[in-house]
Design a protein around this ligand. Sequence first.
Ligand SMILES: C[S@@+](CC[C@H](N)C(=O)[O-])C[C@H]1O[C@@H](n2cnc3c(N)ncnc32)[C@H](O)[C@@H]1O
Length: 185
Amino acid sequence: MSLKNPENAIRNQYANQGVEGYYREHGSDYTNPHFDQVRQLLIQNRQRIDYQSILDFSCGSGEVSQVIQELGYALPTASDPFTSAAYHEKFKQRCLDYSFQDVIKGQLEGQFSAIICSFAMHLCPPKDLFPLVFQLFQHTSRLVIITPHKRPELSKLSRVDLDFEDFCLTARGKKVRLRTYAATF
Ligand SMILES: C[S@@+](CC[C@H](N)C(=O)[O-])C[C@H]1O[C@@H](n2cnc3c(N)ncnc32)[C@H](O)[C@@H]1O
């Protein structure tokens, strides 16, 4: 992956292999080039988000889990359909393997103080966003999205409200945003 523009490099890979094909092949060696921004956002919002019992949804190599643990909390519950083996190897803790579709089918179990989905929900097809978010809100009252994009545009969904937003900048001056949502389902 090019270090000069990692976003373009990954976009090209998605175009060549498809999102699922890419993560099926590279899931075990994925790392987030914007980990510093993920960390900064989680730390600077620690008073506003309850990290007691979170779900690190589409956890990748555990970027969110790592920061939560560094902040002194227990390792979160984590889930990812393509990186669960790598997560288990790194943290020695079981990683669930729910895909967006599994969650939409109602397979997720448990209640969480917050569900944090970092750099991943933009990968969910727009038509599936509402059913996905509806299901996630059956398991938490706070959904936290970390994203370098405008997507996923959850505020456009009926009965999903932006609670607050924060951002920090990459070295190239690009915004990485943390958005917290609540729902009135
Ligand atoms: C860019 S990575 C982000 C990983 C990590 N959360 C982070 O902040 O770096 C996107 C993640 O979405 C996961 N993913 C891809 N397709 C998915 C799907 N259909 N359902 C759930 N997760 C998926 C990938 O396995 C990958 O770990």
